[in-house]
Design a protein around this ligand. Structure first.
Ligand code: NAP
Length: 271
């Protein structure tokens, strides 16, 4: 990148485009829940979509939903806890579509249990999916984006980027690592015109949180601290996702957008 050394008074700009036509996005964990919502948002903006996760019938159902929007799709059965599989996932996307413009790391798991129940195997499994897989996906995608002269990486974090909640220690540690990974890669890849940002959802009712939200008392206490008075839905991530994937965010990197109905700034006080 080279810049002219003078005050940049480029006031004759046009409205930045949020369109993603001709771009290719790969969404890990895109077969259901928040990842699927993000994949659909990117498809609505015009991107072709590759989806990676483990469960074949859910991948097929997600592919049908995305294809119905009118973009090209690719499904990639992948365990993101396996680094070789992660490398293969990026390679197959580039082989199929000829490029990769947007990487969304949304695959994730959570164990909701007290501290003394966790085993070393739990640690390895959770960190492999939530952190290691995302890191090696970024590492593999970066040279492709560098060659193309531009790229967008979006990591799906959590409100636990910033606060702590009881009984999800491993998850909280993994997401804390993901926040710093977002910052570390943002400064390292900025010279390559690759933006690395995160979206941190608050409380969303998905398969991951269904056992929690299905209990009326837990639902009520969770929602009582969310100023907007409801859990999030996959469509609530659409705006932030398209912003961070599009040219409209070209000077934003290393940042996190919290999408939480006001929960974080409410500081846990009852709404
Ligand atoms: P979900 O419905 O359980 O979806 C998880 C997705 O990740 C599925 O597509 C799942 O597919 C995939 N996945 C899990 N393990 C995988 C593995 N080893 N390899 C490849 N894919 C894997 O949960 P969700 O709520 O949508 O969560 C999506 C992301 O949002 C996660 O990173 C989560 O931490 C984050 N998040 C969720 C909430 C919330 O309140 N729900 C809040 C903050 C952040 P397979 O199981 O078929 O592989």
């Amino acid at each position: 990148m080279s810049f002219e050394r003078k005050m940049p008074m480029d006031y004759d700009f046009q409205m930045p485009s949020f369109r993603l036509d001709g771009r290719v996005a790969l969404v890990t964990g895109g077969s259901r829940g928040l990842g699927l919502g993000m994949a659909l948002a990117l498809a609505h903006a015009g991107a072709d979509i590759a989806i990676a996760s483990r469960t074949a019938d859910e991948l097929a159902a997600a592919e049908e939903m995305v294809r119905a929007i009118g973009v090209r799709t690719l499904i990639l059965p992948t365990d993101v806890g396996d680094v070789d599989a992660v490398r293969g996932m990026i390679g197959k996307t580039v082989d199929h579509f000829g490029r990769l413009d947007i990487l969304v790391n949304a695959a994730g798991i959570n164990y909701r249990r007290p501290l003394d129940t966790f085993t070393p195997q739990d640690w390895d499994t959770l960190m492999a999916v939530n952190l290691k897989g995302a890191f090696f996906a970024c590492q593999e995608a970066a040279p492709v984006m560098r060659r193309q002269g531009k790229g967008k990486i979006i990591n799906v974090g959590s409100i636990v980027f910033e606060i702590s909640i009881p009984n999800i220690a491993l998850y909280t540690i993994s997401k804390g690592g993901m926040r710093q990974m977002t910052r570390a890669l943002a400064i390292e890849l900025a010279k390559d015109n690759i933006n690395v940002n995160a979206i941190a959802p608050g409380r969303f009712w998905t398969r991951m949180t269904d056992a929690f939200f299905s209990v009326p008392d837990l639902y009520e206490s969770a929602v009582s601290v969310i100023p907007m008075g409801r859990p999030g839905a996959p469509s609530d991530l659409a705006g932030a996702t398209v912003l961070l994937a599009s040219d409209a965010s070209d000077y934003i990197t290393g940042q996190t957008i919290f999408v939480d109905g006001g929960w974080l700034v409410n500081g846990g006080v009852k709404a």
